[in-house]
Design a protein around this ligand. Structure first.
Ligand code: NCD
Length: 309
Protein backbone atom coordinates (compact mmCIF):
# COMPACT_ATOMS: atom_id res chain seq x y z
CA UNK A 1 0.00 0.00 0.00
CA UNK A 2 1.50 3.33 -1.05
CA UNK A 3 -0.85 6.19 -0.31
CA UNK A 4 1.83 8.86 0.05
CA UNK A 5 0.51 12.21 -1.22
CA UNK A 6 -2.69 10.69 -2.62
CA UNK A 7 -5.97 12.63 -2.74
CA UNK A 8 -8.98 10.97 -1.11
CA UNK A 9 -11.99 12.14 -3.09
CA UNK A 10 -13.97 8.90 -3.36
CA UNK A 11 -13.74 5.49 -1.71
CA UNK A 12 -13.14 4.19 -5.24
CA UNK A 13 -9.71 5.86 -5.08
CA UNK A 14 -8.70 2.87 -2.92
CA UNK A 15 -8.15 -0.76 -3.87
CA UNK A 16 -9.26 -3.54 -1.53
CA UNK A 17 -5.60 -3.89 -0.49
CA UNK A 18 -5.36 -0.16 0.29
CA UNK A 19 -8.49 -0.37 2.45
CA UNK A 20 -7.25 -3.41 4.32
CA UNK A 21 -3.85 -1.73 4.79
CA UNK A 22 -5.48 1.35 6.34
CA UNK A 23 -7.67 -0.80 8.61
CA UNK A 24 -4.61 -2.79 9.76
CA UNK A 25 -2.75 0.42 10.50
CA UNK A 26 -5.81 1.83 12.30
CA UNK A 27 -5.77 -1.25 14.54
CA UNK A 28 -2.21 -0.34 15.55
CA UNK A 29 -3.28 3.25 16.16
CA UNK A 30 -5.96 2.39 18.74
CA UNK A 31 -3.81 2.76 21.91
CA UNK A 32 -2.35 6.01 20.50
CA UNK A 33 -5.85 7.30 19.65
CA UNK A 34 -6.85 6.69 23.26
CA UNK A 35 -3.76 8.47 24.58
CA UNK A 36 -2.44 5.30 26.23
CA UNK A 37 0.71 5.53 24.13
CA UNK A 38 2.31 8.55 22.47
CA UNK A 39 3.28 8.80 18.81
CA UNK A 40 4.47 11.99 17.08
CA UNK A 41 5.04 10.78 13.53
CA UNK A 42 3.64 13.96 11.97
CA UNK A 43 5.45 16.42 14.20
CA UNK A 44 5.64 19.84 12.53
CA UNK A 45 3.06 19.11 9.82
CA UNK A 46 -0.05 21.29 9.41
CA UNK A 47 -3.58 20.15 8.53
CA UNK A 48 -6.13 22.63 7.16
CA UNK A 49 -9.64 21.72 8.31
CA UNK A 50 -12.25 23.48 6.14
CA UNK A 51 -15.82 22.68 7.15
CA UNK A 52 -18.46 24.59 5.22
CA UNK A 53 -21.30 22.36 6.50
CA UNK A 54 -22.16 21.39 10.09
CA UNK A 55 -20.07 18.61 11.63
CA UNK A 56 -19.25 17.26 15.06
CA UNK A 57 -17.64 13.84 14.58
CA UNK A 58 -15.79 14.28 11.31
CA UNK A 59 -14.26 17.66 12.11
CA UNK A 60 -13.31 16.88 15.70
CA UNK A 61 -12.00 13.39 14.97
CA UNK A 62 -9.74 14.73 12.19
CA UNK A 63 -8.53 17.33 14.65
CA UNK A 64 -8.00 14.77 17.40
CA UNK A 65 -6.26 12.36 14.99
CA UNK A 66 -3.90 15.12 13.85
CA UNK A 67 -3.06 16.23 17.40
CA UNK A 68 -2.45 12.63 18.53
CA UNK A 69 0.24 12.39 15.82
CA UNK A 70 1.80 15.77 16.64
CA UNK A 71 0.31 17.44 13.54
CA UNK A 72 -0.92 21.03 13.98
CA UNK A 73 -4.37 22.09 12.81
CA UNK A 74 -5.65 25.36 11.37
CA UNK A 75 -9.34 25.57 10.58
CA UNK A 76 -12.28 27.54 9.24
CA UNK A 77 -15.87 26.55 9.92
CA UNK A 78 -17.87 29.30 8.26
CA UNK A 79 -17.70 30.31 4.64
CA UNK A 80 -18.74 33.78 5.83
CA UNK A 81 -15.43 34.00 7.73
CA UNK A 82 -13.35 33.43 4.59
CA UNK A 83 -12.74 35.63 1.56
CA UNK A 84 -15.37 33.57 -0.25
CA UNK A 85 -17.80 35.98 1.44
CA UNK A 86 -16.04 38.69 -0.63
CA UNK A 87 -16.55 36.71 -3.82
CA UNK A 88 -13.37 34.64 -3.91
CA UNK A 89 -13.79 31.32 -5.74
CA UNK A 90 -13.36 27.98 -3.97
CA UNK A 91 -10.44 27.28 -6.32
CA UNK A 92 -8.54 30.40 -5.17
CA UNK A 93 -9.31 29.78 -1.49
CA UNK A 94 -8.07 26.20 -1.82
CA UNK A 95 -4.81 27.31 -3.50
CA UNK A 96 -4.13 29.58 -0.55
CA UNK A 97 -4.91 26.94 2.09
CA UNK A 98 -2.71 24.53 0.13
CA UNK A 99 0.16 26.99 0.46
CA UNK A 100 -0.27 27.10 4.25
CA UNK A 101 -0.79 23.36 4.94
CA UNK A 102 0.49 19.85 4.22
CA UNK A 103 -3.01 18.38 3.82
CA UNK A 104 -6.49 19.89 3.38
CA UNK A 105 -9.67 18.31 4.75
CA UNK A 106 -12.76 19.74 3.07
CA UNK A 107 -16.48 19.46 3.80
CA UNK A 108 -18.59 21.41 1.35
CA UNK A 109 -22.29 21.53 0.38
CA UNK A 110 -21.60 21.01 -3.33
CA UNK A 111 -21.06 17.63 -4.91
CA UNK A 112 -17.74 17.72 -6.74
CA UNK A 113 -16.14 20.33 -4.44
CA UNK A 114 -13.45 17.93 -3.21
CA UNK A 115 -12.55 16.88 -6.73
CA UNK A 116 -12.15 20.53 -7.69
CA UNK A 117 -10.07 21.21 -4.57
CA UNK A 118 -7.79 18.27 -5.40
CA UNK A 119 -7.23 19.72 -8.84
CA UNK A 120 -6.04 23.03 -7.39
CA UNK A 121 -3.88 21.61 -4.58
CA UNK A 122 -0.33 20.28 -4.65
CA UNK A 123 -0.79 18.63 -1.26
CA UNK A 124 -3.35 15.89 -0.60
CA UNK A 125 -7.03 16.80 -0.27
CA UNK A 126 -9.38 14.63 1.79
CA UNK A 127 -13.09 14.72 1.06
CA UNK A 128 -14.94 14.98 4.38
CA UNK A 129 -18.33 15.04 2.61
CA UNK A 130 -19.31 16.91 -0.56
CA UNK A 131 -23.05 17.54 -0.57
CA UNK A 132 -24.96 14.37 -1.41
CA UNK A 133 -21.78 13.02 -3.07
CA UNK A 134 -19.25 10.98 -1.10
CA UNK A 135 -17.84 10.55 2.38
CA UNK A 136 -14.91 8.15 1.94
CA UNK A 137 -13.32 8.46 5.39
CA UNK A 138 -16.67 7.63 7.03
CA UNK A 139 -16.66 4.45 4.95
CA UNK A 140 -13.21 3.53 6.24
CA UNK A 141 -14.34 3.84 9.84
CA UNK A 142 -17.57 1.97 9.06
CA UNK A 143 -15.58 -0.93 7.60
CA UNK A 144 -13.18 -0.81 10.55
CA UNK A 145 -16.11 -1.10 12.96
CA UNK A 146 -17.64 -4.02 11.05
CA UNK A 147 -14.32 -5.87 10.88
CA UNK A 148 -13.71 -5.28 14.58
CA UNK A 149 -17.13 -6.72 15.48
CA UNK A 150 -17.38 -9.51 12.93
CA UNK A 151 -13.72 -10.55 12.55
CA UNK A 152 -13.90 -10.30 8.75
CA UNK A 153 -15.68 -8.29 6.09
CA UNK A 154 -16.22 -11.11 3.64
CA UNK A 155 -19.71 -12.34 2.77
CA UNK A 156 -21.67 -10.50 5.44
CA UNK A 157 -25.38 -9.72 5.03
CA UNK A 158 -25.83 -5.99 5.37
CA UNK A 159 -29.08 -4.02 5.34
CA UNK A 160 -28.81 -0.32 4.47
CA UNK A 161 -31.82 1.62 5.67
CA UNK A 162 -33.16 5.16 5.46
CA UNK A 163 -32.19 7.93 3.07
CA UNK A 164 -30.30 6.13 0.33
CA UNK A 165 -30.89 8.93 -2.17
CA UNK A 166 -29.21 11.85 -0.40
CA UNK A 167 -27.13 9.92 2.18
CA UNK A 168 -23.48 10.25 1.14
CA UNK A 169 -22.22 7.87 3.83
CA UNK A 170 -24.40 5.03 2.63
CA UNK A 171 -23.53 5.58 -1.02
CA UNK A 172 -19.77 5.51 -0.36
CA UNK A 173 -20.24 2.47 1.84
CA UNK A 174 -22.24 0.60 -0.82
CA UNK A 175 -19.47 1.20 -3.35
CA UNK A 176 -16.89 -0.22 -0.94
CA UNK A 177 -18.99 -3.27 -0.04
CA UNK A 178 -18.68 -4.65 -3.56
CA UNK A 179 -14.97 -5.23 -2.86
CA UNK A 180 -15.86 -7.63 -0.04
CA UNK A 181 -18.63 -9.66 -1.66
CA UNK A 182 -21.25 -8.58 0.84
CA UNK A 183 -24.94 -9.32 0.33
CA UNK A 184 -26.75 -6.00 0.32
CA UNK A 185 -30.40 -5.33 1.13
CA UNK A 186 -31.71 -1.81 0.55
CA UNK A 187 -34.64 -0.47 2.59
CA UNK A 188 -35.92 3.02 1.77
CA UNK A 189 -39.13 4.89 1.04
CA UNK A 190 -39.96 4.89 -2.68
CA UNK A 191 -38.76 8.50 -3.08
CA UNK A 192 -35.41 7.89 -1.33
CA UNK A 193 -34.11 4.80 -3.12
CA UNK A 194 -30.43 4.38 -3.97
CA UNK A 195 -29.55 6.36 -7.14
CA UNK A 196 -29.31 4.40 -10.37
CA UNK A 197 -25.59 5.12 -10.93
CA UNK A 198 -24.75 3.47 -7.60
CA UNK A 199 -27.03 0.48 -8.32
CA UNK A 200 -25.37 0.12 -11.75
CA UNK A 201 -21.97 0.21 -10.07
CA UNK A 202 -23.03 -2.53 -7.65
CA UNK A 203 -24.40 -4.69 -10.46
CA UNK A 204 -21.30 -4.22 -12.63
CA UNK A 205 -19.21 -5.40 -9.71
CA UNK A 206 -21.16 -8.60 -9.21
CA UNK A 207 -23.30 -7.41 -6.32
CA UNK A 208 -27.06 -7.75 -6.83
CA UNK A 209 -28.84 -5.85 -4.04
CA UNK A 210 -32.30 -6.86 -2.87
CA UNK A 211 -34.74 -3.97 -2.38
CA UNK A 212 -37.39 -3.97 0.37
CA UNK A 213 -39.84 -1.36 1.58
CA UNK A 214 -40.55 -2.77 5.05
CA UNK A 215 -37.71 -2.99 7.53
CA UNK A 216 -39.47 -5.88 9.30
CA UNK A 217 -38.82 -7.99 6.17
CA UNK A 218 -35.11 -7.22 6.14
CA UNK A 219 -34.08 -7.78 9.73
CA UNK A 220 -33.94 -11.55 10.33
CA UNK A 221 -30.98 -12.39 8.04
CA UNK A 222 -28.92 -9.26 8.65
CA UNK A 223 -25.45 -9.36 10.25
CA UNK A 224 -25.20 -5.56 10.02
CA UNK A 225 -28.02 -3.02 10.07
CA UNK A 226 -26.71 0.33 8.81
CA UNK A 227 -29.21 3.07 9.65
CA UNK A 228 -29.14 6.59 8.22
CA UNK A 229 -30.81 9.90 8.97
CA UNK A 230 -33.24 11.32 6.43
CA UNK A 231 -31.19 14.23 5.06
CA UNK A 232 -33.68 17.02 5.67
CA UNK A 233 -31.28 19.74 4.49
CA UNK A 234 -30.99 18.23 1.00
CA UNK A 235 -34.72 18.20 0.13
CA UNK A 236 -35.56 20.89 -2.44
CA UNK A 237 -39.16 20.87 -1.12
CA UNK A 238 -39.75 20.71 2.70
CA UNK A 239 -43.20 19.12 2.22
CA UNK A 240 -41.49 16.15 0.55
CA UNK A 241 -39.38 15.74 3.71
CA UNK A 242 -42.50 15.76 5.88
CA UNK A 243 -43.92 12.86 3.85
CA UNK A 244 -40.99 10.57 4.71
CA UNK A 245 -39.81 11.88 8.10
CA UNK A 246 -39.98 9.15 10.73
CA UNK A 247 -40.58 6.33 8.21
CA UNK A 248 -38.22 3.93 10.01
CA UNK A 249 -37.49 3.55 13.69
CA UNK A 250 -35.31 0.85 15.21
CA UNK A 251 -36.45 -0.21 18.67
CA UNK A 252 -36.10 -3.25 20.89
CA UNK A 253 -39.34 -4.80 19.64
CA UNK A 254 -38.00 -4.80 16.07
CA UNK A 255 -34.68 -6.28 17.21
CA UNK A 256 -36.42 -9.28 18.79
CA UNK A 257 -36.50 -10.81 15.32
CA UNK A 258 -32.81 -10.11 14.66
CA UNK A 259 -29.81 -12.43 14.84
CA UNK A 260 -28.24 -12.53 18.27
CA UNK A 261 -25.02 -11.00 16.96
CA UNK A 262 -26.58 -8.37 14.68
CA UNK A 263 -24.77 -5.05 14.94
CA UNK A 264 -26.64 -1.77 14.53
CA UNK A 265 -24.57 1.03 13.01
CA UNK A 266 -25.34 4.69 12.22
CA UNK A 267 -22.91 7.41 11.06
CA UNK A 268 -24.75 9.80 13.43
CA UNK A 269 -26.25 12.27 14.10
CA UNK A 270 -29.49 10.38 14.68
CA UNK A 271 -32.77 12.24 14.91
CA UNK A 272 -35.32 9.58 15.84
CA UNK A 273 -34.31 6.59 13.67
CA UNK A 274 -32.95 4.64 16.65
CA UNK A 275 -34.78 4.59 19.97
CA UNK A 276 -32.46 5.39 22.91
CA UNK A 277 -33.44 2.02 24.49
CA UNK A 278 -31.35 0.32 21.76
CA UNK A 279 -28.21 2.03 23.15
CA UNK A 280 -28.30 -0.35 26.11
CA UNK A 281 -28.39 -3.51 23.95
CA UNK A 282 -25.41 -5.54 22.73
CA UNK A 283 -26.46 -4.69 19.17
CA UNK A 284 -25.62 -0.97 19.45
CA UNK A 285 -22.29 -0.13 17.80
CA UNK A 286 -22.81 3.50 16.74
CA UNK A 287 -20.93 5.19 19.56
CA UNK A 288 -17.94 2.86 19.14
CA UNK A 289 -18.21 3.54 15.41
CA UNK A 290 -17.87 7.29 16.03
CA UNK A 291 -14.91 6.72 18.38
CA UNK A 292 -13.22 4.68 15.65
CA UNK A 293 -13.00 7.86 13.57
CA UNK A 294 -9.84 8.80 15.44
CA UNK A 295 -7.61 5.72 14.87
CA UNK A 296 -8.84 5.37 11.29
CA UNK A 297 -8.14 9.02 10.45
CA UNK A 298 -4.76 8.76 12.22
CA UNK A 299 -3.87 5.82 9.96
CA UNK A 300 -4.99 7.72 6.87
CA UNK A 301 -3.15 10.95 7.72
CA UNK A 302 -0.02 9.01 8.58
CA UNK A 303 -0.12 7.17 5.25
CA UNK A 304 -0.81 10.31 3.16
CA UNK A 305 1.86 12.38 4.89
CA UNK A 306 4.49 9.66 5.07
CA UNK A 307 4.80 9.35 8.85
CA UNK A 308 7.28 6.69 9.99
CA UNK A 309 5.58 4.07 12.12
C1 NCD B 1 -22.95 12.09 8.21
C2 NCD B 1 -22.68 13.13 7.16
O1 NCD B 1 -22.28 14.26 7.47
O2 NCD B 1 -22.85 12.78 6.00
N1 NCD B 1 -22.39 12.32 9.44
C3 NCD B 1 -21.06 12.06 9.67
O3 NCD B 1 -20.19 12.51 8.97
N2 NCD B 1 -20.78 11.25 10.70
C4 NCD B 1 -24.37 11.65 8.25
C5 NCD B 1 -25.48 12.63 8.39
O4 NCD B 1 -25.28 13.84 8.45
O5 NCD B 1 -26.62 12.17 8.47
Amino acid sequence: MDLYHKDVVSIMDFSKDDIEGILDMAEEMVPYAKGEKIKRTLDGKILGNLFFEPSTRTKLSFESAAHRLGCNVIDVSEMSMTSMAKGETLADTIKIVDAYCDVTVLRHPFEGAAKLAAKFSDHPVINAGDGAGSHPTQTLLDLFTMRQSKGSLDNLNITLVGDLKYGRTVQSLAQALTKFGMNITLVAPESLQMPKDIIDHLEENGCHPTTKVFLEDAIADADVLYVTRIQKERFPDPTEYQKVAGTYRIDNALLENAKDDLIVMHPLPRVNEIAPEVDETKHAKYFEQAANGVPVRMALLNALLGGEL
